[in-house]
Design a protein. Structure first.
Lengths: 311, 269
């Protein structure tokens, strides 16, 4: 402690008090005087190098992860019967693609699950947006309903899947309904918050300019809440898939959830992983589509500053 | 003589604070603005300058007292009032054209006609060629021009301005002040221009009203008898300008000191 405190002042001391007297030479300023093309070229080279490094590291991470998994099961350090095996998963996927699954062709299972998820996602988010905006705009409604909404949000809603299986049988609607109850709350809370967070100056300005209540909602409140709503759609599509899969577990004749359920019941761990892999790919594609939609809808927003790359 | 454009008689405005107390922003304020007059309101921070504008516009009701615009008591937002806000209040999701056309659209003008009128105003505030830009692609000064065009396109008879240029750099600011004067001279609007900058107030206005440290009430009014048209950048060098500045500042200084002492005290507690 005492050593530290005696050391500290010396580090604060100015190393070269006379430095200000000399002519400061800033090398970067000199380079700036050079041609801009050279700088731009350096910039894009640096960006490319950075991308290569990132992709290389990702590849390395995947190779280490999958390699150690494969190796440890090959060497029988862990039993592939319980944890599966990457080569087995690939083989299972290949059989599914070339010969079809026990339930029929793979694409059909994927299509069934996606249909349930997309229907649930659309209904759930539309309901969420409408109720979020309504409650955000009408204070009395929000105060009246808030305890009920909080209670409904607190219960683990996936168990409703069993209820929906009874109500809707084996049809698409049981799974879609499970997806709806999962999606609704996420979108609802975001839309509600988005409406509440609208800049008061913008509202005042629109009112002075002559906007009536309807115009205020459509031209100020909704565009302003849109970035909140769109952010919630990213999370909620994943939840829609969860809803569809869980719905299928409660009773279905087709779908990826049913496929995974069957694989589990026949102790086919590789089949479970293969099903998960297909789900992950589909979720990533959907995520890409939602991002594209987001960029289209809020093109007025300044583009996000991507990480600065040192040259 | 016709009735004044704006009348505030014995107006008091109180707010309930989140802690349950009561904050009095304005106390017994009486103020009249003649038709076509450019009136600047100066006062220390927190003296209720912005509240005054909110009362005239109808955004906020007065707690007691009477607010009249063009002889009629203010109930809600009145027609023919324009408001230029201190911070950016242009709509970020609309282009320049969409922002300026918003007022006429809200009043039921068909879209094509609103666009034609908006283009005219965009040209008048010097933004021709920027119609399709979004606000985030513009500089602060350009966004202020959009805000001005957005208000003026509605042809307001009353123009309320809440420290509109306070966020701009000095050069842009005097440019904008000159443009405001030339735009205003082509209308017959009555202006209430709130600012904390006494120089700006004298350079622009026909009359300067000094408010006391909060709760605000009128401490004094001063007629600015400088000739128009004025060049804001040069008028500061006239001897009459200096005289006015000295006499108003002698009043304003005491209020600024009161307000400053209070803030220091509040910070210490």
């Amino acid at each position: 402690m005492s050593v530290r405190s005696t050391l500290r002042p010396s580090s604060v001391e100015h190393p070269h008090p006379e430095a200000g007297e000399g002519i400061p030479v800033n090398p970067s300023a000199q380079a700036g005087e050079g041609n801009a093309a050279e700088l731009a070229a350096r910039r894009s080279r640096a960006a490319r190098r950075r991308r290569v490094v990132v992709y290389g590291l990702r590849l390395l991470f995947a190779a280490l992860w999958i390699g150690s998994w494969e190796l440890s099961t090959r060497l029988n350090w862990v039993d592939p019967f319980f944890v599966g095996q990457p080569s087995g998963i690939v083989a299972r996927l290949w059989t599914w693609i070339t010969e079809g699954t026990a339930l029929g062709p793979l694409w059909l299972q994927a299509a069934v699950t996606m249909e349930e998820a997309v229907v649930g996602f659309i209904i759930g988010s539309l309901l969420g947006i409408v109720f979020g905006i309504l409650l955000g705009r009408i204070e009395l409604l929000a105060e009246t309903l808030s305890p009920f909404i909080k209670a409904a949000n607190a219960i683990p809603r996936v168990v409703l899947g069993s209820l929906f299986a009874i109500m809707f049988g084996l049809s698409l609607w049981g799974k879609a309904a499970t997806a709806v109850v999962l999606v609704f709350f996420v979108v609802f809370f975001n839309a509600f918050q988005g409406v509440r967070e609208v800049d008061r100056n913008l509202v005042a300005n629109a009112r002075i300019l002559g906007a009536n209540n309807r115009r205020l909602t459509t031209e100020i409140i909704i565009p302003s809440a849109l970035s909140w709503i769109l952010a919630s759609l990213h999370i909620s599509f994943g939840l829609a898939i969860v809803g569809a899969v869980v719905g299928e577990l409660f009773g279905a004749t087709a779908g990826l959830g049913q496929l995974i359920y069957n694989a589990g019941h026949t102790f086919d761990v590789n089949g479970v992983f293969a099903g998960m892999f297909v789900l992950a790919v589909l979720a990533l594609i959907a995520e890409g589509l939602i991002s594209a939609l987001e960029n289209r809808l809020i093109k007025w927003r300044p583009s996000r500053v991507s990480g600065e790359i040192p040259i | 003589m016709a009735s004044p454009a704006i009348e505030l008689h014995g107006v008091t405005k109180r707010f309930a604070t989140p802690k349950g107390g009561i904050y009095t922003a304005l106390r017994d304020l009486t103020l009249e603005v003649a038709s076509g007059e450019f009136c600047a309101v100066v006062g220390p921070t927190g003296c209720g300058k912005s509240t005054t504008l909110a009362l005239i516009s109808g955004l906020e009701p007065a707690s007691t007292g009477e607010v009249r615009v063009e002889g009629r008591p203010v109930k809600g937002i009145a027609d023919g009032v324009g408001y230029v806000f201190q911070s950016d209040a242009v709509f970020p999701w609309k282009t320049v054209l969409g922002n300026v056309a918003a007022g006429p659209r809200y009043h039921g003008t068909p879209a094509a006609e609103a666009r034609v009128r908006a283009r005219e105003w965009i040209t008048r505030v010097g933004l021709a060629g920027f119609e399709d830009r979004y606000p985030h692609q513009l500089s602060g000064g350009m966004r202020k021009r959009v805000g001005l065009a957005q208000s003026l396109i509605n042809g307001p008879r009353i123009l309320l301005m809440d420290e509109p240029f306070s966020a701009l750099d000095v050069q842009t600011r005097s440019l904008m002040e000159n443009e405001l004067l030339s735009l205003w001279s082509s209308t017959s609007a009555s202006v209430v221009f709130v600012t904390h900058d006494l120089e700006e107030a004298i350079a622009l206005a026909d009359r300067v009203v000094v408010l006391t440290a909060g709760p605000g009430t009128v401490k004094g009014t001063y007629k600015v008898d400088l000739p128009r048209p004025r060049n804001v950048a040069e008028i500061r060098f006239q001897p009459r300008f200096t005289q006015l500045y000295e006499s108003i500042w002698s009043q304003l200084r005491d209020e600024v000191l009161v307000s400053y002492e209070r803030q220091k005290h509040a910070a210490a507690v």
